[in-house]
Design a protein around this ligand. Sequence first.
Ligand code: NAP
Length: 350
Amino acid sequence: MADPTAAQDPAAQDQALPATGYEWHLAARPQGWPVPADFALVEAPVRRPGPGEILVRNAYLSVDPYMRGRMNDQKSYVPPYALGAPMDGGAVGYVIASEAEGFAVGDAVLHGLGWREYATLDAAHTVKVDPELAPLSAYLGVLGMPGLTAYAGLLEVASFKPGDTVFVSGAAGAVGSLVGQIARLKGAKRVIGSAGSAAKVATLVDELGFDAAFDYKAGPVAEQLAQAAPEGIDVYFDNVGGEHLEAAIGALNVHGRVTLCGAIAQYNDTAAPAGPRNLALAIGKRLRLQGMIVGDHGALRGQFFEEVGGWLRDGSLRSDETVVEGVENTAEAFLGMLRGANTGKMVVKV
Ligand SMILES: NC(=O)c1ccc[n+]([C@@H]2O[C@H](COP(=O)([O-])OP(=O)(O)OC[C@H]3O[C@@H](n4cnc5c(N)ncnc54)[C@H](OP(=O)(O)O)[C@@H]3O)[C@@H](O)[C@H]2O)c1
């Protein structure tokens, strides 16, 4: 994209930049389920980029389950959000001012200063993305962090092999919908998903190629899983924890493998979870349960991008998105995602 301000003098260029923009702050730490009052929308000055920095107008913001953990004041693999300070997270946008070599006005970049309209940051902490190759929002979903999580979590962590029967929870979400489709494309014998509504279950079976799916709210998970997988399962991709994990341990075949990716059923709990109560089954079945953090799998990114990009281009893989419009609705989009308002990746269009 051409730089529309290139011919102007620096003072005129500076005047064309926004003086202020909206950003979200953490107003209070939630006890249990977060509420709108835990977030505050603040109008703040937009800082001009210094040497090596760029100013980005964000186009899409990501809201992700891990952000719920960052609202708590506890040590984790990502630091907690500070009270009264801007929140952050994945975002994609266009450079509108640059003091960094190799970055021009109009370049599209992926970076970590989401939850805001404008971001001023070190260009070295951004990745250039190609809006011609895929819509910008795809870099927050299918071609971004959730996509790599699905790809690495299934192929590397769960050591998936053709002929496996795979069960994935949170199956209509960003990660889960890709896990199921990748398993199908890689030669799974049977792909089973669970999700939180009849409409989502229909999408999984009718549109995403799952062999079976069930609504976990419609009855006990163990019973529904046993019906969907009469010969048991070989891989369980866990996005949910709790009752789902217990049911999967019961259904897993000998030498079954579990990717412990997330436990969203527990993120808003104020008491310790009751299960899984059947972990001792892992001994006799020689199960392997392995936790994962997507950041450990960066070495797979090139292969992931090529293979998943290819499936997207030839239409064999579908990536759904739920798009909420307006930076002012970011907190609502986040709360909606925690409650299951999304099919596929939840993003905010700024
Ligand atoms: N380890 C890692 O590196 C890593 C990276 C990315 C994501 N994750 C984890 O992967 C999981 C999915 O993340 P995502 O970004 O793809 O989110 P997502 O699945 O797109 O959105 C969250 C979904 O969770 C479901 N959910 C909410 N409460 C639930 C409950 N009590 N029981 C079952 N399902 C529930 C909702 O769908 P329903 O309508 O189906 O309930 C909601 O749509 C999360 O646990 C997340 O923390 C881990």
